[in-house]
Design a protein around this ligand. Structure first.
Ligand SMILES: NC(=[NH2+])NCCC[C@H](N)C(=O)O
Length: 305
């Protein structure tokens, strides 16, 4: 039997939604806990420490308050992600698998900065409808959740790339995006220039999710010390995950996403993960948070049979 990707799990909630264009994802961590994440992980034999939520000021403020900024709510986002990076570093150093509950996708900046501080070389699977490689120069919205992958690769505002010490950025050759179907013009250029592999929903339909994950694992895990999974619930189709701030039709099905998690578990290479963009104000009976918990269960080895 393959070993589980870290059976000692540290849950860290980050109730931040200032990186998104609408509020509500700040309630994501509560919704995922209400859907029973701790119990599910304990049922499959994981030892779970729930660290609670990081303190975030002003989480209900709408980005509309800063209409002209190219980096909306930068101060607070820098502060929260700095704290998150320290939390991640401490958790990994203490032998835990950090499981971060978002919050909008800008929190990946802190998670990945924390992991980078470990000094090893990690690969990255970015499961998302978007590619999140905008910078202040290319962003169409000024929303920082559309910039977090660029920051992890070392590009963007210096206050964001400096988080965690500004060291050991992720390498494009060990970074892979799965599920993309909404890519801005500037992002397209960036991805091409850096050579980041993107599996769009079209690729997934043509190749099948199993093949795509197999290739994604080769890219992210080959020659690295492990991988981080950054999963945005909007990677799924809005029919299966309606409670997200930036839904895009034509996404992965629930079953495809579950299989992706099962295959990542089977590979035994994940060292940390985050599940982001659950927005309970747009959800139906907590469906999206329940989907997140199903995916988390599969990532840690829960099997249907
Ligand atoms: N993680 C997300 N939900 N990102 C959405 C980004 C949308 C758009 N590309 C932007 O930069 O504003």
């Amino acid at each position: 039997m393959k070993k589980q990707p870290g059976r000692r799990i540290s849950i860290i909630g980050v109730p931040l939604d200032l990186g998104a264009g609408r509020s509500g994802a700040c309630m994501g961590p509560s919704a995922i806990r209400c859907a029973g994440v701790v119990e599910r992980l304990e049922q499959i034999g994981c030892f779970v420490v729930d660290e609670g939520d990081l303190a975030v000021k002003n989480c209900y403020a709408s980005s509309a308050q800063q209409p002209k900024s190219k980096l909306k709510h930068l101060d607070e986002i820098v502060k929260v992600n700095g704290e998150l990076s320290t939390k991640i570093y401490e958790a990994v150093t203490a032998g835990y698998f950090p499981l971060v509950l978002g919050g909008d996708h800008s929190i990946a900046i802190g998670t990945l900065a924390g992991l980078r501080r470990m000094g090893g070389e990690y690969g990255l699977i970015w499961f998302d409808a978007h590619t999140d490689v905008n910078t202040a120069e290319t962003t169409p919205t000024g929303n920082i959740h559309g910039m977090s992958l660029a920051v992890a690769l070392g590009y963007g505002d210096p206050r964001l790339t400096a988080i965690g010490g500004g060291i050991a950025f992720f390498k494009p050759e060990h970074t892979v995006i799965v599920g993309a179907r909404s890519i801005d013009p500037g992002e397209r250029k960036f991805l091409k220039k850096l050579g980041v592999r993107v599996f769009t929903t079209r690729d997934i339909e043509r190749l099948g999710i199993a093949k795509v994950i197999e290739r994604a694992l080769e890219i992210a895990a080959g020659g690295t010390d492990g991988i981080h999974l950054s999963l945005d619930l909007d990677g799924l189709d809005p029919r299966d995950a309606p409670g997200v701030s930036t839904p895009v039709p034509g996404g992965l099905s629930f079953r495809e996403s579950l299989l992706a998690m099962e295959l990542i578990f089977d590979a035994g290479v994940a060292v940390s993960a985050e599940f982001v963009e659950v927005n309970p104000t747009l959800d139906l009976r907590n469906k999206t948070a329940r989907v997140a918990v199903d995916l988390i269960g599969a990532l840690f080895g829960e099997k249907i049979t």
